[in-house]
Design a protein. Structure first.
Length: 358
């Protein structure tokens, strides 16, 4: 009976051997960075990146952004966690104002992120009910969307309404008051009043990579549109991973395009890490698979009609800017973004440029 590789690995016998091999990856000479044109010059739409306010004071980040980016999305400082950190009656707009001013000064568009999200706001709204809750909900949207009217091109009005397995919509403090579709209908209606010119988006992750979640998203969009919701754009976050099967992303892009609405690839990154602690694949193998996934996404997006190519946004510029590389989650090796920590193009940047020009 042959002993499968999996059995050997599971025995732990191979693991000690694997460690020096993995270390070899780290020691092996870094491949020569590819020669890549500025991404905003080859993208078939505005090319965006997430921004944290502190990056405005980082000259290396600013130079990289000015060279490659024509749109910005505040990564966290335009969300309730920052705006309402001191309570509903003391909103903090200092950092979102700084980001808006930086965008304007650098001729970059601004995508507002995000007005209503299941995962934030529960503390600030705690203790409110009935008309007081309604006044706070409506007032928050009016204040934030109203403040940036004329400065933002678009908004993620509602973020991530669907359960990870795609089985249903999430329960949250917003749905508890208004119902699952109800809170989204209300949010979009209030956003429309506050900013009649902003393009209003529904934004979700893994819809492009988990078929059940994509199916639930498409059903939700159809229901909201039938209910007269001023939903004008669809955000595919595209937090990809290297083992998404070939063709899944492209197939979904064709499905979601059928609504005829503008599509925003809104938060692209692709971690090289997997859930399997015994995954011994080399960095080179992982980067090759990342290139395949990113190419599939960018080619499928580029194939959309121009009117549906709203923007293509990466969730950070340099690997070390990524949420994957913050704090104790950082393995020091993940390369989820287009540029390395020195601002040199990663294989992802080359893949994007190639796909955009296809
Ligand atoms: O910078 C402060 C630091 O000064 C402070 O000491 C520390 C502890 O409070 O917080 C730091 O801010 C953190 C910030 O990221 C910057 O790193 C916030 O706590 C933390 O909540 C925030 O996390 C963001 C997260 O959304 C929640 O807002 C991530 O950066 C951001 O990448 C992530 O982005 C989300 C999208 O909005 C929605 N789609 C998924 C995506 C990834 O989770």
């Amino acid at each position: 009976m042959s002993i499968s590789r999996r059995t050997v690995l599971a025995s732990g016998l191979a693991l000690p051997l694997a460690a020096p091999l993995a270390a070899c990856d780290r020691i092996s000479a870094e491949p020569t960075p590819p020669n890549v044109p500025p991404l905003k010059s080859v993208a078939p739409c505005p090319f965006g990146a997430a921004i944290k306010a502190m990056q405005i004071d980082d000259p290396d980040w600013v130079a990289l952004a000015r060279a490659n980016v024509s749109q910005l999305t505040p990564e966290w400082e335009m969300k309730m966690e920052y705006v309402l950190a001191d309570g509903l009656d003391r909103p903090n707009f200092d950092r979102s104002d700084a980001i808006a001013a930086f965008a304007q000064a650098n001729g970059m568009a601004l995508h507002g992120h995000t007005l209503i999200w299941y995962s934030q706001g529960k503390e600030a709204f705690a203790g409110l009910s009935g008309a007081a809750f309604d006044r706070a909900f409506d007032g928050y949207i009016a204040a934030l969307a109203g403040r940036y009217r004329g400065k933002v091109r678009s908004w993620d009005v509602v973020n991530e309404p669907i359960l990870d397995d795609g089985s249903a919509l999430r329960d949250c403090h917003w749905s508890a008051r208004y119902g699952h579709d109800g809170y989204m209908l209300r949010a979009f209606e209030k956003a429309r009043i506050a900013d009649p010119d902003g393009v209003l988006f529904l934004n979700e992750y893994n819809q492009e990579s988990v078929p059940a979640k994509g199916a639930q998203f498409l059903k939700l969009v159809e229901r909201l549109l039938k209910a007269g919701c001023p939903l004008q754009g669809l955000g595919l976050q595209s937090h990809l991973w290297i083992d998404i099967p070939d063709g899944v992303i492209a197939a979904y892009m064709r499905e979601i395009a059928q609504f005829g609405l503008p599509i925003h690839v809104s938060e692209l990154d692709c971690t090289l890490r997997t859930e399997n602690p015994l995954d011994l694949r080399s960095q080179a193998d992982r980067l090759a698979r990342q290139t395949a996934r990113v190419t599939e996404l960018a080619e499928a997006f580029t194939a959309l009609p121009p009117a549906q190519r709203f923007a293509f946004t990466v969730w950070g510029l340099r690997d070390t800017d990524s949420w994957y590389r913050q704090g104790d989650k950082d393995d020091g090796r993940d390369k989820p973004l287009p540029f390395d920590s020195f601002g040199r193009p990663n294989p992802m940047a080359a893949a994007l440029a190639e796909a955009f020009r296809a």
